[in-house]
Design a protein around this ligand. Structure first.
Ligand code: SF4
Length: 316
């Protein structure tokens, strides 16, 4: 019997923009600079600088020690705060340990910290839409731990109870799904019409662009979406869920070589994108992998991204 040969996809639609956003680039440039200026010294980083295995292991090779607990950091050491931001309690602990700190928090995350701080100062209770244990959420909630409720889904909104007189405000983690968040916001506004939002959306533009990219790829015929990114990357996971909500199959992978090619058997068109913390070299590797299999690559541009975030001054 002649074995039927499975067909490999003929076409890849490649989303643009994809991969590094301005906040991740800034955090990586900053840690790089600290490494250059402090060769031979121990450099610590509180949490992964960005949620990507390739990036983290590159800096581990340069001698950076990533910790989740400041008790592991010797007094007086150099400590970088990751791009996801930290709570005032962690800042205080670092200062008590006389650590020389450098803050790589993305300015868009800092914006949400400021919102929480201001709302709390003005006696608002804050509803924070976010993932309870994510580094970003933990840091932001830490700005006003007694004035904030973290909400992840519609069921949790049902459990909320506030009087009509209670001042309420709404702040969102920067990397959530834009569409899912709109549904949660709609429900919150129905239940608590007095709730106030910051003038500008908290979900950052880079997150929105990458999610719009996935939607476009599915609309253009991608039956499978491959998202390159690490499993603990919030925005990468959201890209996968956006694809699934649109009816496509989706895989989240650290690198293309983790993909079982059998999963693409008899698929005609595949969409390829990457979370905001994935280095471009991993995309290039994926493109080459597909080209070697004679697959055509077509780039689909959704938006221009040319934001450059300045580095803070460091005196080390
Ligand atoms: S995804 Fe958005 S909030 Fe997160 S680092 Fe990038 S620009 Fe900043």
């Amino acid at each position: 019997m002649v074995k039927k040969e499975n067909k490999f996809p003929k076409k890849i639609l490649l989303a643009s923009p994809r991969g590094f956003c301005a906040g991740v680039k800034r955090a990586i440039d900053l840690i790089d600079l600290v490494c250059q200026k402090n060769q031979g010294k121990e450099i610590y980083c509180y949490h992964q600088i960005v949620h990507n295995l390739t990036v983290v292991s590159r800096f581990e090779k340069k001698g950076v020690i990533f910790v989740d607990n400041l008790n592991a950091v010797p007094k007086g050491s150099i400590l970088i705060f990751s791009s996801h931001g930290i709570s005032p309690a962690i800042k205080l602990q670092a200062s008590n340990l006389h650590l020389q700190t450098i803050d790589a928090t993305c300015p868009f995350v800092s914006k949400t910290h400021l919102e929480v701080k201001n709302f709390a100062k003005n006696n608002y209770h804050i509803i924070y839409l976010g993932q309870k244990n994510h580094d970003e959420a933990v840091g932001t909630v830490g700005e006003a731990p007694n004035n904030i409720s973290v909400i992840q889904n519609l069921e949790e909104i049902e459990d909320l109870s506030f009087s009509k007189k209670q001042r309420l405000s709404l702040v969102t983690q920067t990397t959530l799904s834009f569409d899912e968040t709109q549904n949660l916001k709609k429900e919150l506004k129905k239940r608590f019409p007095q709730i106030e939002e910051p003038p500008q959306d908290d979900i950052c533009k880079a997150t929105q662009n990458r999610q719009n990219g996935v939607k476009k790829l599915v609309k253009l015929g991608a039956e499978v979406i491959i998202v390159l990114g690490s499993p603990n990357s919030s925005n990468s996971n959201r890209l996968k869920s956006v694809a699934e909500k649109m009816g496509a199959k989706a895989y989240l992978l650290d690198q293309i070589t983790d993909l079982d090619p059998q999963l693409l058997s008899d698929i005609n068109c595949v969409g390829l994108t990457a979370g905001a913390s994935l280095p471009e070299e991993k995309i290039v590797e994926a493109i080459t992998w597909f080209q070697q299999k004679k697959t055509r690559i077509k780039e689909i541009k959704i938006a221009e991204e040319n934001l450059n975030l300045a580095l803070p001054e460091i005196n080390l």
